[in-house]
Each structure stands twice: as C-alpha cells, then as structure tokens.
Design a protein around this ligand. Structure first.
Ligand SMILES: Nc1ncnc2c1ncn2[C@@H]1O[C@H](COP(=O)(O)OP(=O)(O)OP(=O)(O)O)[C@@H](O)[C@H]1O
Ligand SMILES: [Mg+2]
Length: 348
C-alpha cells in the first residue's frame, strides 16, 4: 500500500536567516537557542506517512507546531526545508496555480471555529466548497443536501446559521468538507470549541462516517482522549519536534520518553487498551487446552479491555487470545486484568 500523504524532513522557521536556522537545527540546536536571535522554529524535522483511509492524529500542547505542520500539508505555508507528497506528487514543487487546484479539489480543511456565511442558508453554506470548484448550482445543492444528511442535519437545509447551535454549525463545516469529495481532510481542532457531550457525539459521528467514506484524515488536537479515540496512528509533538508516532496503544504502553509518559498519565487506559496489550505472549500450546466443552469463549488481539474482563468473568480459566487463523497468540489470566485495574486505580 503506498502512502497517501508523506511528510519528509519538514522544517518551518519564522524569522531571519531561515536556511541558516535549519542548518543549526539539523546540527541539534533546539527552539530555545534559536529564539535568542529572534527566530521561531515552529516545526523541526517532521517525517511521517499517512495511509489511505487512515485517521492520523497530531497531538501536542499549545505552540508545539501542530497548525504550522498542517498548513504545510496543504501548501498554505511553504516549508523552509523538506517535502510534502500527496498521492506521490511533490506539493512543494507545484506552481501556485497547480497548488490552488489541488487545494480546491482534493483537500478540505475544517477549522476550530467554522465561520459560516450568515446570510446564506445552511445548504448554501454546505455547498460553498463546490461553488469554489465551479460545480453547477443544482448539482452542488443536491450534493450538499446529501452531505448534510450524513452529518445528521437532514431537515435543516433551509435554516439560517444563527438558528443552529454551535455543535450543529460545526457539523455544517464538516458537511462542507465532505460535500466536495476531497479525500484528504485536514481538521485543526475541529471539535475543540464544543462542549464535552457534543464533542463526543461529533467524534462518534466522524468514526461512523469514516467506516463508510474512508477518507484520509489528519486531525489536530491537544486533547489526549480525543487523540486516543480517533487516531489510527498518533504523533505527539513537543517544541516543534515529533517525539513519538504510534498507535494509541503504543503511546500509552510504550511511551518514547518521560515527556510522553507524563502526557498520557491521566488517560483511562481501560478504554483504549485491547487484549494484545495485556496478554501473556509466552504461551505453550497446551495452555489453551482448558478442558472445557468445545465452544468456550475466546478473544482476539483487538478485543477491548472491558470486553475481555466480561469474558474472563464468565470463565474459570485464562482467556485464550486467537488470531485470524485461530492460532493461539496469547493468554490473559484473571490476575493480569485485576493487577492492571489496580495500577489504574493507583494512577488516578
Ligand atoms: N506566522 C508566524 N510567524 C511567526 N511565528 C509563528 C507564526 N505562526 C506560528 N508561529 C509560532 O510557531 C510556533 C508554533 O505555532 P502553531 O500555531 O503551529 O502551534 P499549535 O501547536 O498549533 O498551537 P495551538 O494549540 O495554540 O493552536 C509558535 O511558537 C508560534 O508562535
Ligand atoms: Mg493550532
């Protein structure tokens, strides 16, 4: 599978003598050293790939460089060094005109505060991206209506933006991005302004849409729980650098350093972890041979932790974890689950 989107040693420096600053960063200088000469190293040596249909989350504290990174991915900002490839095409090498065409047709952005046009109806707002693409009116209204329905806004087409709650307005923003058929969505803190329940609802909706639409999504957030829920892969940024890239589980169970570990200490692990993270992999073939009647319950490596507890409670022996070929890949003894919950409770 070839990568949909690829960032290769990306740097963005704001200020004087940018090239020279990149040289210093390559030699190991950090942000602080450059700041002394009034130069900001917003993004330092960022490399990653995003596969088709993946949600790639970029997480980090305020000022860590997330938005700057995102703006380089669609060419709104030109990297000081490095390359961005989208479907194998080097965005950094495109003319301004070609870049605009890629941005209008293939990439959609959803921001934190989605500014709707107040004097346009909801459906006209959702159709805006198509209007920019030059799609004829009847078609764009039909496609926007469809996108609104996907986002749970059926029946609101003719309303005005100020008749909608903040969460609903944000859905219009999402519908606008979906209506264009762009298959790369760049979402910068798109749900951060929403209150917690609506935010969770939007996350669920995005995940549900994603099972059907399979867009390639780069999602920026400073919220760890959101990152863990949404990300197929998660990159953690600190002071301009990506300090770890991995699955939510990698980040939680195998943090690259103390910074990542401290960042993740408040997460409810039992909601993220799966059997693969807690199982004992050191198994002998006969251990699955529990002596039960056939049909005894088993788990797979991606069985969620909570379900694993439920299965374990119904069995009088460890839970066998089987792969797709029904081969035993691990076992989870009851005490493993209990000690894990104990650690969680101690952490809280
Ligand atoms: N146009 C600019 N000129 C100068 N410095 C900039 C510019 N844009 C961003 N920066 C600086 O680059 C650094 C990274 O900013 P960026 O907006 O990418 O962070 P962020 O992770 O998105 O933060 P937040 O979570 O607050 O949105 C910051 O120190 C910021 O001040
Ligand atoms: Mg930002």
């Amino acid at each position: 599978m070839s990568a949909r989107l690829e960032a290769e040693h990306l740097y963005k420096v704001f200020g004087r003598r940018e090239e020279q600053a990149v040289e210093r960063l390559r030699a190991g200088a950090d942000r602080e050293e450059l700041r002394a000469d009034g130069t900001t190293a917003a993004v330092i040596d960022a490399s990653f790939t995003v596969e088709p249909g993946q949600i790639f989350v970029v997480m980090g504290l305020s000022g860590s460089g997330k938005s700057t990174l995102l703006r380089m991915l669609n060419g709104l900002l030109e990297p000081t060094a490095g390359h961005v490839r989208f479907d194998g095409q080097d965005l950094t090498a495109l003319s301004a005109r070609d870049l605009r065409a890629v941005r209008a047709n293939k990439i959609s952005m959803v921001f934190q505060h989605f500014a709707l046009f107040p004097h346009r109806s909801v459906v006209e707002n959702a159709a805006y991206g198509l209007e920019v693409q030059g799609v004829a009116k009847a078609e764009r209204l039909a496609r926007a209506t469809e996108a609104l329905e996907l986002c749970g806004l059926k029946g609101w087409e003719k309303s005005w933006p100020d008749e909608l709650s903040g969460g609903m307005q944000q859905r219009v923003g999402l519908a606008r991005a979906l209506a264009t058929d762009a298959d790369l969505l760049l979402m910068d803190e798109s749900f951060s302004a929403l209150d917690p329940l609506i935010r969770r609802d939007m996350q669920d909706q995005l995940l549900e849409l994603q099972t059907e639409l399979k867009k390639t999504i780069v999602f920026i957030t400073h919220d760890l729980n959101e990152a863990m829920r949404l990300g197929d892969r998660v990159a953690v940024m600190r002071d301009g650098r990506i300090v770890q890239i991995g699955t939510a589980e990698d980040i939680l169970v195998r943090p690259a350093d103390d910074y990542v570990a401290s960042f993740t200490q408040d997460v409810d692990r039992s909601r993220v972890l799966t059997a693969a993270a807690v199982m004992d992999k050191d198994v002998r073939g006969d251990e699955a041979d529990c002596g039960c009647e056939s049909g005894c319950e088993t788990a797979t490596p991606d069985t969620p932790f909570t379900e694993l507890c439920a299965i374990s409670a119904r069995l009088s022996h460890p839970v066998a974890v089987l792969d797709a070929q029904r081969q035993l890949v691990g076992v989870v003894p009851n005490r493993r689950l209990i000690s894990f919950l104990g650690e969680e409770a101690a952490r809280a």
